[in-house]
Every structure is written in structure tokens, then in C-alpha cells.
Design a protein around this ligand. Structure first.
Ligand SMILES: [Cu+2]
Length: 121
């Protein structure tokens, strides 16, 4: 389910993990409906130490992923899909048990902060 927040349309979900696991992935979609380009400077997820932006690729038939440095550019009118086998959020260092939703914050390069509640499933 997507929600618009100040001209940015987005929705996310986070993969449910066992209690002993400390890392999970987040997927979804984000669209810049504004007239201007934006940059995502930092992402935070409730209950986790760090969030990285990853891309997936195949190397010798093996799925691998690579960290992409912030800021992530999101040009005006563009949609970024975070999906299995493609770009995704990597939530690292779980600090507490996660419940049914998880708050994700995007800090933009211009100082704005946008908040979404991701569904855990
Ligand atoms: Cu990853």
C-alpha cells in the first residue's frame, strides 16, 4: 500500500525474520511526484542500527549484492522499484523484536524527513 507524503509517493514492506536473525530486507516503491529532483541522504529503520541501499546482480550464476552509497538520486517524475533480485533496503543490526509494522525514515538532501510505516510480512 502506497502513501503520498509531501509529493513523494511510496510504500514499503519488510521481510519477517526469525528472532535470532539480525538482518532483513525491505522492498517497495518510491516515486518522486515533485517538479524537482531529490536525493535520499540517509534511511533509518525503527529498531535497527543501519539501513543500506543495495543492488543485486548475478556473478558467475550466483546472486550477489552490492552497497550503493548515499545520496540516492530520485529525479522528478521517476519511480524506483525495490524488488527481489533488484534494489532493496538492507536493515542491519536488529536491536529489538520487530512487530507488524516498522517505521522507516528517509532523510532527504534538502533536510526534509519523510516517514513511512512498512508492513512486516
Ligand atoms: Cu542486501
Amino acid at each position: 500500500m502506497q502513501k503520498e507524503e509531501s509529493g513523494i509517493l511510496a510504500g514499503f514492506w519488510v521481510r519477517k525474520i526469525p528472532e535470532s536473525a539480525t538482518v532483513t530486507a525491505g522492498y517497495g516503491k518510491i516515486t518522486n511526484l515533485r517538479d524537482s529532483d531529490i536525493g535520499i541522504k540517509e534511511i533509518r529503520a525503527e529498531g535497527f542500527d543501519t539501513v543500506e541501499w543495495h543492488t543485486s546482480f548475478l556473478e558467475d550464476g550466483i546472486a550477489r549484492m552490492r552497497k550503493v552509497d548515499f545520496p540516492i538520486p530520485l529525479p522528478s517524475g521517476k519511480e524506483i522499484l525495490l524488488d527481489k533480485g533488484g534494489s532493496h533496503l538492507m536493515l542491519i543490526g536488529k536491536k529489538k523484536e520487530i512487530s507488524e509494522t516498522l517505521r522507516i525514515q528517509f532523510a532527504l538532501s534538502n533536510g526534509e524527513t519523510l516517514v513511512w510505516d512498512a508492513v512486516v510480512k
